[in-house]
Design a protein around this ligand. Structure first.
Ligand code: 5AD
Ligand code: SF4
Length: 489
């Protein structure tokens, strides 16, 4: 099935994918589109008129399933409009809500044709063929199959931009008591280093300059290496850094316990590895970390941050925080504020605890009242926002290397990303897209930096042949680089 034949269709069919949640869902949606392209599907930016609508769902926090059911209600109306014109809109629910709810989705929304999970989307062509034959008979495929989906997905990637995601690891064996990921994504699985290196080379040949390696527990990566040994993340990063034309490497999301010596060292000696790390800590209280089954203490997190700053003094951090975990006292929360004050973060990801059905914390009792959670979240976000603002403001007056990605909304302007994922706007021509250029940073508006190209910029990378992205743009969607959702919990 690696190179599926283009199916003969009277006309191209249109697919619209709505992606919720984390970067891995963005990657999975791209892979679904790549699976559908050889079957004659082209991307539709709108629901109206689409022959297939896929909701790629997220289950990590708050009433996720209810949101999906209301979206399905709205889609029923779009289906009815399409039927009036003689067409038929097929509906699919994918992702972690599909995995968690399974057949319940068909019971509550019988107009759905397909329900499949994160580990079965490679079976989309077969499911579609079945749906074409058996109109109105919904299918559910939420197995954790023995076959590896990466052996079945099309080998050829169709990256949509300069910066792209690459999943290297999936699932989680850590079982934090608040988290659904081990149940929806399954147990930890690492892809082989060869498969990852091949995928990365292909992406770079198509113009990708920055790759973000994805995994729910990305730094627990342990894949088969081409030398017959098991490779960890650091070894993989060092091999990726050798790929000619790959300028920047990032990885997300990490667990503090899996930041091993080699990975910390790689931050000091691999220039392509960006000095910005998202490292979730969740709480500053050891008591709460134990109740969360995080398997690390606050001090472990502090030490990792210190060691990374030792090898890479310009390192910056973001983290995830949950406020109002069952039993969290004022004193526990004060320890979280203290940790944030001590470390200093460059971005803000903080959430109210929400009980996820089936997780141990959901049955713990001892709930923190919602108004208390709200007050704590407000206090934490004020602190983190102030730190982010100070970090961004501190960039004014500096020269930063910026990977230019695309035209900005304002004519004549381009937008790129700093090493810290800050959007940077400059005036410049399209020939700079795909290059890392030195920019003098002059201003900050909201979360964006504004600057100008350093004259006679020396930082233009060696010329690199870029394949036109026009074909890719039709099929893929530009990955958001700093979505508010993270891959791991
Ligand atoms: N309630 C609130 N936040 C959660 N997260 C994961 N599960 C929950 C939950 N039940 C947060 C964690 C995680 C991020 C992706 O989402 O902070 O790191
Ligand atoms: Fe695994 Fe992260 Fe969820 Fe913990 S929070 S169970 S480490 S995915």
């Amino acid at each position: 099935m690696k190179t599926p034949e283009r199916q003969s269709q009277d006309r191209l069919r249109k697919v619209h994918i709505k992606t919720y949640g984390c970067q891995m869902n963005v990657y999975d949606s791209e892979r679904m589109l790549e699976t559908l392209a050889p079957m004659g599907f082209e991307v539709s930016p709108d629901v109206e008129g689409a022959d297939l609508v896929i909701l790629n769902t997220c289950h990590i926090r708050e009433k996720a399933s209810e949101k999906v059911y209301s979206e399905l209600g709205r889609l029923r109306e779009a289906q009815a409009r399409m039927a009036e014109t003689g067409g038929r809109m097929m509906l699919a629910v994918a992702g972690c809500v599909a995995q968690a709810e399974g057949a319940e989705i068909l019971r509550r929304a019988p107009q759905v044709d397909m329900v499949f999970g994160p580990q079965t989307y490679h079976r989309l062509p077969a499911m579609l063929a079945e749906a074409d034959k058996n109109l109105g008979k919904g299918q559910v495929d939420t197995d954790f199959p023995i076959e590896d989906k990466y052996d079945v997905l099309p080998e050829e990637r169709i990256p949509a931009g300069i910066s792209a995601f690459l999943t290297i690891q999936e699932g989680c064996d850590k079982f934090c008591t608040f988290c659904v990921v081990p149940y929806t994504r399954g147990s930890e699985q690492s892809r082989s280093a060869i498969a990852i290196l091949n995928e990365a080379k292909q992406m770079v040949a198509k113009g990708v300059r920055e790759i973000t390696l994805l995994g729910q527990n990305v730094n627990a990566y342990h894949g088969d290496g081409p030398d017959g040994r098991e490779w960890g993340l650091a070894r993989l990063i060092r091999a990726l850094a050798e790929i000619d034309g790959l300028a920047r490497i990032r990885y997300t999301t990490s667990h503090p316990r899996d930041m091993d010596d080699d990975l910390i060292a790689a931050h000091g000696d691999v220039p392509a590895l960006m000095p910005f790390l998202h490292l979730p800590v969740q709480s500053g209280s050891d008591r709460i970390l134990a109740a969360m089954n995080r398997k690390h203490k606050v001090d472990v997190f502090r030490k990792v941050v210190d060691r990374l700053r030792d090898v890479r003094p310009d390192m910056a951090f973001s983290s995830d925080f949950i406020v109002g975990f069952p039993g969290e006292s004022d004193a526990d929360f004060a320890e979280t504020l203290k940790l944030v004050t001590d470390i200093g973060f460059a971005a803000n990801f903080s959430f109210k605890y929400s009980p996820r059905p089936g997780t141990p914390a959901a049955d713990m009792g001892n709930a923190v009242p919602d108004p208390v959670m709200t007050d704590r979240l407000t206090a934490l976000q004020q602190l983190l926002d102030a730190q982010q603002e100070a970090f961004n403001r501190g960039c004014i007056g500096k020269t930063m290397p910026v990977l230019m990605e695309k035209s900005a909304r304002d004519p004549g302007q381009l937008v790129g990303r700093s090493p810290y994922l800050q959007p940077v706007h400059i005036f410049g021509g399209g020939s700079l897209i795909g290059h890392i250029v030195n920019c003098d940073i002059q201003d900050l508006k909201a979360y964006s930096l504004f600057g100008s190209l350093v004259s006679g910029d020396p930082a233009l990378l060696p010329s690199h042949s870029f394949v036109s992205q026009s074909g890719a743009a039709e099929v893929g969607q530009s990955p958001p680089i700093d979505p508010k959702e993270r891959v791991c919990a």
